[in-house]
Ligand binder design. Sequence first.
Ligand code: PFF
Length: 440
Amino acid sequence: MAIRETWATRIGFILAAVGSAVGLGNIWRFPFLTAESGGAAFLVAYLFLVAVIGLPVILVEFVIGRESKQNVVDAFPEIGAPNWQFIGAIGALAGFVILSYYSVVGGWVIQYMVGSLTGGYAGNAEAFFGSAAEGTNAVAYDLLFMAIVAGIVSFGVRDGLERAAKVMIPSVVGLLVLLAAYGATLSGASEGYAYYLSPDMSTIVTDAIGLLPDAAGQAFFTLSLGMGVMITYASYLGEDRNMLRDSLLIVVVDTSIAILAGLAVFPFLFAQGVDPGTGGIGTTFVGLATAFASLPAGQVVGFVFFSMLLLASLTSAFSILEVIVSYAIDTFGVDRKPATLAIAAVIFLVGIPTAMSLDYLTLYDAIANQILLIGGGLLLAIFGGWFYASGASEELQKGMPGGETFTTVWIWVLRVPVVLVLAYVLYNGVLAVAGIVQGM
Ligand code: PFF
């Protein structure tokens, strides 16, 4: 591959990267984790980690991708660091675990699309979630979701997907604004906002430290970080592009959508008197379904909303499967179509326990976010900060005139705070996963 095409337009790259970042992580995972973890303190920890850990690590992936112009497997040898190639293998493994349950949640979204039209969740949102989330329905719709993703990856209809992102992002934002505005008129709204947005200043520091592991896992998951998606996407990026500006845009769009999802979900939870700490993994779906059931023309609005959420999750799932498939193609020399089908089939099989039981979904989610993505991020920070600092600095400064001071700060942030926080988070993640396994 002598000449590598670059993104024709800035918007093509941004759409692909935002398409990967924005998904179930923003709209399903962020609100339920925030609800479960005490509300505003979690929001503070999460925003802090996105800025102080997420942004520096996204830049490491960007410089590796753009300098090497390779996928995650070939990137490290290309920039003279063949010993670090195993980061690609960890990334592929993380993708494997994530997609195996991401597709289950994607299957829930399809069931909610159907449920919007038939009025299935209108009577009892909790019962609908119970029957959608675990068991044979969940397995069947998981299979459907995986089949769609595998179809997209094996036929390489990526262009269509990027174009879809153009419609999807404004639609998701518009609908969330609508829901949030409607939620603001409900009687429980102010309690909801207080829970979500006003941290207890006297305990915020201790609260936030306790929440660091979950908040860091969420920061990596939502930004699609730690497994090489952003390395691959940046490998098509031209050298005249200011990567700091691009990454800020991606981070701001992704974070705003998550915050907005919280604004749409919390008023409805409080209006119904649901204790946010007890809903667990179903909190967001139950909250949204209740909202649509009470909204005028809610069946239509609900259907449109879940369709857009499906698109958002497909663009994210696509980026995960693409990393694994290109890893397999480049490492083992297999053909794209059979590789895609075989990998998708294995991922589906591995994910069946998570469709049968929410306990397994929780376990897989913890392994992926608290160990694999964090481990990948820690290695990227050590590599970028300590082993590849001058190459990384030089690469970042292309397209960013006068960026020397920023670059120096960036490298030192990677070297010390990012490495320390991620090592702490990884240690806690291992303990947390061991705890989940013991409790099963
Ligand atoms: N960022 C996606 C979301 O928030 O839904 C999920 C994801 C995609 C995680 C790609 C990791 C990844 F590599």
